[in-house]
Structure formats: C-alpha cells, structure tokens
Design a protein around this ligand. Structure first.
Ligand SMILES: Cc1cc2nc3c(=O)[nH]c(=O)nc-3n(C[C@H](O)[C@H](O)[C@H](O)COP(=O)(O)OP(=O)(O)OC[C@H]3O[C@@H](n4cnc5c(N)ncnc54)[C@H](O)[C@@H]3O)c2cc1C
Length: 392
C-alpha cells in the first residue's frame, strides 16, 4: 500500500470514528445513551454499540474482505490488515474491533470457503451490509482448550437435523441473528464426525443469553447458546457432514493471523501517547523522559510493536500465498497479545495514577489485552502447537 493510500484510509477511519462519536452525542441529547454506550472504561457491564456497528457497516468495514459479488469491498488480506491496524489507531473501543474481527474471520471466511451459493447470498451479503450479526460457536463447558471434544449433538431426521447441547462464551451470541454451531453428527468418528451448521437465532429450541460480566472487551457481548431439540433444515449444514473440524481449523488460521491486527494500531497510539506524556510531564524540574527508567520502557514498547508488525506482515504474506501455517499464526497471536499486555502495563507505569484511572484508556487496554490471551485458543495452547511443529 502506498503512503497516499494509507493517508486516505486514515481520513476514512477518522470520519467513521467521528460519526460514531456524533451518534453518541445525539444519543446523549435524546437521553438514549444507554443504547449506544461505547466500551465503558469504568464498568464491566456489557453494552453492544449498535450505532457504531452500523456506522462501520455504512463505511463498508464488515465487507472489507468480502468479494464485491456479495456486496463487499474485495480488499486483499494485506490491505485489510493495514486497514484494521489503522482502525485500531483511530478507534479506542477494543471490544468493537474484537467483535468486528470475530465476525470477519470467524464466520464470513467459513461461509465464503465452504458455503453453498444460497448460504453466501443470504449470510455473507447480510453480514457484509451490517444487516446481520453472526456468532462462531464451538466452545462448550467441558471442551475449552480441547476444542474438538464436543458434547453437542446433531441427529439427522427426515427433514434435517435436531441439535442438542450448550455453547458457552460465544462472542456476539446475545445480539447475533445466527450462529455457526459445531455439533457431532457421528460420535464414533470423533473429530471427523463433527459438522457445522448455520442456525438462525429465531429457530425454536435456540436460546441465547448474555454471560456474566467479563473483565474487559465490554462492547463485545459474550453469551451462551442453549440448543434444546433445535430443529434445522438440511440447508443449514455448512459444507458436508464431517467437515466441522476442517472448517474450524481453517478459521483458526485466519483468526490467529488477523484478529489481533487492530492491536498494532492501538499499540502505536499507546506509544505516541507515552512519548508525548513523557516529554511534557515534569517532575523535579525535568520531563520524566530524561529518566532512563522511562525512556527505556518506551524503547521496549517500540521494539515490541515493530517485532509484532514484522510477524504480522510475514503471516499475511504466507496467507496471501495460500500457504497454511498454523505455526506462524500461533507465534503471531502470542507475540501480539503478550506485547499489548506488557505495553499496557508500561503505559500505566509511565502515566502513574493517571494510568490507573478508569477514565483513561490505559487500564482498559490492559484488561482487554488479557482477553486476547484466552480467546481463539489460550497462549498455552499456541505454545503446544508451536512445540509440536518443532517436533517436541
Ligand atoms: C473474551 C472471550 C471471547 C470468546 N469468544 C468465543 C467465541 O466467539 N466462540 C467460541 O467458541 N469460544 C469463545 N471463547 C471461549 C474460548 O475459546 C475458550 O475460553 C478457550 O478456548 C479456553 O478454554 P477454557 O476457557 O475452557 O479454558 P480451559 O481449557 O479450561 O483451560 C484452563 C487453563 O488450562 C490450560 N490448559 C488446558 N489444556 C491445556 C493443555 N493441553 N496444555 C497446556 N495448558 C492447557 C489453559 O491454557 C488455561 O490456562 C471466548 C473466550 C473469551 C475469554
């Protein structure tokens, strides 16, 4: 991407952020702020920013990676990645960015790769336009890191399938119009007996409810889905029976490679803010940047950010070349979330009490960063995969 293109992306993103903020001001004036509350720094209550989501859809963000045939922008992976980083630089609502990424990489990619024409027409077009919101539901109370060890079942009937089971901690479940649900169609075949279904939230026997308040990412609502004799037609099956594990593995590659891309922009903003603060905050007659304890912290923040950027570019090049590399994706995911967590701690230290204040973004960034060491597979599990790739 050329510098002038990057400049135009920044301008585009600035206008989106302004739009979202303007919506919020209007909402405050009208007394409906609760409906449009952004990621609330001081609280752990969840509130989905519908207006900001709509603003993003109007700006085409949900469709960045969707081909133009299905109403998207058709950007390359590399361009989308840069745009996501720019979005992270301009928008400080990490929950909103996480929710957007979950949908883009966790669902749209699956339907584009494995879906029928009518599934693509219905869901991908709906998701890209912002008309639909989708959840990606694999996690269960007794699976977690052992992700493909599912209890949820899908029994075939003459008309379709009947799903039973419980999915937990599913991002966007409370507001989703449908979810991509994994269930076992043949227990004897283990992971190769898992199938994936596109289940509309209005289906009888599908009940989504919010989870208890989480530590961070407050504007990305997380919830559970109870499937109680939930009957879906044959057309709900994504791909073929038994393809669930392959679909899941495919999505994990995309999620781990791109879900954290906005954090590169957030870390850049963090770095800029810390440099500015350190140079202007005076103690004992000197700016605190004159102390090595501060300037070296900032230098370390820059090293981490640039290392992440190099790994991100590498992971995208590999994806663009259509190579499958879970090894690089796992390294990238660990590197970004550990860097973001450490840089957030350093930013808090540099800002002192102001950094600890819930009115500033620093403590919230730390809470949000911790979430990324769990979702999409914990850092322990990424290390298990990396070690296994190394023959250990
Ligand atoms: C904010 C958030 C959003 C999420 N969104 C979604 C979503 O949209 N869809 C979805 O399906 N799920 C989602 N999840 C669930 C997420 O995928 C799981 O939480 C994650 O896979 C870990 O599972 P667990 O919480 O059951 O932890 P556990 O599997 O119980 O792990 C507990 C601890 O043991 C360690 N551990 C477990 N097994 C091993 C092992 N073999 N080797 C080494 N260490 C191990 C783990 O690393 C962890 O430290 C989300 C979670 C969060 C926090």
């Amino acid at each position: 991407m050329q510098p002038d293109q990057e400049q135009s992306i920044h301008e585009e993103l600035e206008s989106i952020t302004h739009f979202a903020q303007k919506s919020l001001c209007v909402a405050n004036t009208l007394g409906v702020a609760n409906e449009l509350a952004p990621d609330d720094a001081g609280s752990t209550s969840k509130s989905f920013p519908h207006a900001a989501w709509e603003a993003c859809a109007n700006a085409g963000i949900q469709g960045w990676t969707t081909p133009t045939t299905y109403g998207g922008q058709g950007y390359s992976t590399s361009d989308t990645c840069k745009r996501l980083a720019a979005l992270g630089l301009g928008c400080d609502d990490n929950g909103l960015l996480f929710a957007l990424g979950t949908q883009m990489w966790g669902i749209q990619k699956a339907i584009l790769r494995f879906g029928s024409d009518s599934q693509k027409e219905k869901y991908v077009r709906g998701l890209s336009s912002g008309e639909m919101i989708g959840g990606h539901a694999i996690n269960e109370p007794d699976s977690g890191s052992d992700a493909l060890n599912l209890s949820c079942t899908a029994k075939q009937t003459s008309n379709g399938y009947v799903l039973n089971g419980l999915k937990t901690y599913i991002t966007l479940a409370p507001v989703a119009r449908f979810s991509l649900v994994y269930a076992s169609t043949n227990k004897e075949h283990g992971r190769w007996g898992i199938s994936a279904f596109l289940v509309d939230a209005t289906t009888t026997g599908y009940n989504a409810k919010p989870a208890d308040a989480m530590m961070g990412l407050n504007s990305a609502p997380v919830g559970s889905i109870v499937l109680d004799n939930c009957e879906v037609p044959k057309t709900a099956l994504l791909g073929k029976e038994g393809l669930g594990a392959s679909i899941f593995n495919y999505l994990q590659l995309w999620e781990r490679s791109l879900l954290l891309a906005p954090q590169l922009g957030t870390m850049k903003r963090q770095l800029n803010n810390c440099i500015h603060f350190a140079k202007t905050h005076v103690r004992n007659g000197v700016p605190i940047s004159s102390h090595q304890s501060i300037s070296h912290k900032i230098a370390n923040m820059a090293i981490k950010l640039n290392t992440c950027q190099a790994l991100q570019d590498n992971a995208v090049n590999i994806l663009d070349a259509d190579e499958q590399s879970g090894y690089h994706a796992s390294m990238l995911k660990i590197q970004i979330n550990e860097a973001f967590e450490q840089n957030s701690r350093d930013a808090i230290a540099i800002f002192g009490a102001l950094g600890y204040s819930a009115n500033e973004e620093h403590e919230r960034n730390l809470r949000d960063a911790i979430g990324s060491s769990i979702y999409g597979g914990t850092n322990d599990m990424q290390r298990v995969l990396i070690a296994s790739h190394l023959g250990l």
